[in-house]
Design a protein around this ligand. Sequence first.
Ligand SMILES: [Zn+2]
Ligand SMILES: [Zn+2]
Length: 142
Amino acid sequence: MTAPYSGSCNCGAVTVTISAEPVWVRQCWCGQCQKAAAGSATNNALFATDAMTVNGDVAWKGYTAASGNTVEQGFCPSCGTPIFGRNSSRPSSWVVRLGFLDGDHDLKPTTAIWLEEAPEWAMIDPALEQFTRQPPPPPQAP
Ligand SMILES: [Zn+2]
Ligand SMILES: [Zn+2]
């Protein structure tokens, strides 16, 4: 399936429609993501915010990451479903948690990051590009 993508939380209070393809899809094993994802990794698709239409109220909770950037996690204040992540270093795009997206969207991680914080039992697909911490930023467009 290709864009548009749609997402909804477990209680239906928050829905999102996305009219573009993701920039990337990654799995993150950092400690904060493990807390948001029941001890496992978060699986995240980065989309431009101007391609998203959000309906309903999203609650945000932020922290300062190892990089010094402010990272915020967005979730449904009613049912707690993880919805978004955003980072002060890239204000024009947010990640959407893959579990929030509806239906057979076919999006899957191609990269796994923060493996140095992954639990011993984590099964990392060897087909994924792997980074012990944050991957280097992409080259700037000319
Ligand atoms: Zn909800
Ligand atoms: Zn993370």
